[in-house]
Design a protein around this ligand. Structure first.
Ligand code: ADP
Length: 491
């Protein structure tokens, strides 16, 4: 079978631009696709990402891509020029094509609240297609991710339909989180050059005076995927569909759930360059050292018997931290335990964790902000990982914590339900602790259950090893994407 030509596009790709799991997935999947096929070379993969200010200022060595300089996209109200600069994904030959457009991307954040936010990401989609045209490189599949690239499938079917080069190109849209839909005023249709395509966008939204990038993608992508099988079912229900369930039920035949892979090149306690002590299921000695080192970093007293609970998260409503209010203080008061938190996000959650820290300064450690290094330290140095999400499309942190021997406490939703198996002390099977009901009581009951198991250190070691031996690598998950691409292209 011949290698595929694959264009991946997204608003985040690690290590260049990251706020969450999306970035890790693009890095891991991109790398893996580039070296897939044991018998031969990998696929021909190009990843498109805006050249945000932070990347441009990082000193990253990029080269101008020959043939893709000073391109022009004519939107009805504005003509935008851009060029492509390239650099390989780290430890890979896959090239990232950075869309260099200062007027749209030379700004402080990845995401903005500026009036031209829809135009910024419409340009990303157009830049993918324009660049392919310039290079006369016909992708078999353009793989879009989240709302930022949601217009691309419609562009492909309309504005670019004249170009026979794209005649066989298919589009895939992956929904990483249905909570972010890119909903704008319907006047945006004219701004992004789709004013003549009203018939092809969601009519209900238009009636409400809106345009949704994500819905447009769901309507026009040849296939829609999401990042776990359970989430694929959930988003077709009114409870989790966030207004898109009906549309998704209509496309259920084209909707597939594929759990995200983990890039064990980045997340492996035996070789992780970001942590000072290494360990594996066969030799756990380094984990105890990591616990001591992490507690020291948070300036908390160390006692090997006191379990450390870790949190690494965006602090948003999705992540379920409101359940802490009536549960965590009771344990902090009663138990000799530690809680180490790394997170940033909504003010009320940051303030809550600050309050916990101020109230139990010898038990709670907090770092407000985003710090890649510390995320690895917490995965390695904690005894239990807390992830009580209200909803969780896939979730990567619970899979990282499994590999780092840090059994997770999770709510049974989305990808958490698909990747964590309940610990059963009698048969010594399972990898973590799950609860169903979204309530403080259910979380508290599960923390209690975890603490009871912690006291049996022999059983606990088995629990840790069960998780560490699980394989969520891209070698397992990646072939599902390749099968999907091939089913579309017939290649
Ligand atoms: P989501 O994509 O919803 O944020 P995931 O669990 O899929 O959740 O992925 C989160 C990713 O972001 C992980 O790699 C995690 O380590 C990282 N992360 C989240 N918050 C922080 C933070 N404050 N500092 C460093 N890394 C973070």
């Amino acid at each position: 079978m011949r290698p595929l030509r694959l264009a991946l596009c997204a608003s985040e790709v690690a290590p260049f631009a990251k706020t969450g799991g999306l970035a890790d997935v693009l890095l891991g999947l991109g790398r893996w696709l580039g070296r897939e096929a044991p018998q031969g070379p990998g696929h021909d993969v190009r990843i498109f990402l805006p050249l945000y200010r932070k990347i441009a200022a990082s000193g990253l060595a990029t080269q101008p891509l020959a043939g893709a300089q000073d391109l022009e996209v004519r939107f009805p109200q504005r003509t935008i020029r851009f060029s492509i600069r390239t650099a390989p994904l780290p430890q890979s030959e896959v090239l990232v094509h950075f869309v260099d457009c200062k007027e749209l991307f030379d700004r402080d954040g990845i995401y903005t609240e500026d009036g031209d936010e829809p135009l910024r990401f419409a340009l990303l989609s157009r830049a993918v297609l324009e660049t392919c045209q310039r290079l006369r490189w016909a992708p078999d599949v353009v793989h879009c991710n989240d709302w930022h690239t949601g217009l691309l499938p419609l562009y492909l079917r309309t504005l670019y339909a004249w170009d026979r080069m794209f005649a066989a190109t298919k589009s895939v849209l992956t929904i990483h989180n249905i909570g972010y839909q890119g909903l704008f005023d319907q006047s945006t249709l004219d701004v992004v050059g789709l004013g003549d395509q009203r018939a092809h966008v969601h009519h209900g939204d238009l009636r409400d005076g809106k345009l949704s990038f994500l819905k447009t993608g769901v309507l026009h992508a040849h296939r829609v995927t999401t990042v776990s099988k359970t989430y694929a079912r959930e988003i077709q229900t009114a409870e989790h569909g966030m207004g898109m369930d009906e549309l998704l039920r209509g496309r259920s035949g084209d909707l597939v759930g594929i759990v995200n892979g983990v890039d064990y090149g980045e997340w492996n306690p035996a070789a992780d360059p970001r942590i000072p002590h290494h360990y594996s299921a066969a030799d756990l000695g380094g984990k105890a050292k990591m616990k001591a080192a992490m507690l020291q970093r948070f300036q908390l007293p160390h006692d090997p018997r006191a379990p450390v609970f870790g949190v690494v998260s965006r602090l948003t409503a999705q992540k379920g931290f409101e359940l802490f209010a009536d549960s965590i203080p009771v344990f902090l008061q009663r138990e000799d335990m530690r809680l180490c938190v790394l997170g940033s996000g909504e003010d009320k959650h940051e303030k809550y964790f600050q309050w916990l820290r101020d109230t139990w300064p010898r038990k709670v450690g907090l770092y407000r902000g985003f710090q890649e290094d510390l995320a690895h330290w917490i995965e390695a140095g904690s005894d239990v990982f807390l992830m009580p999400s209200r909803f969780e499309p896939c979730g990567l942190n619970q899979m990282y914590s499994l590999r780092y021997g840090t059994p997770p406490i999770v709510r049974r939703t989305g990808g958490l339900a698909d990747t964590v198996e309940p610990w059963d002390p009698a048969s010594r099977t399972g990898t973590g602790f799950l609860f169903d009901e979204y309530s403080s009581q259910a979380l508290a009951g599960t923390i209690d259950w975890a603490l009871r198991n912690w006291r049996d250190q022999k059983g606990w070691q088995q629990l840790m090893k069960n998780g560490m031996q699980k394989d969520f690598s891209w070698d397992r998950q990646g072939p599902e994407y390749v099968a999907l691409y091939r089913s579309l292209t017939g290649a």
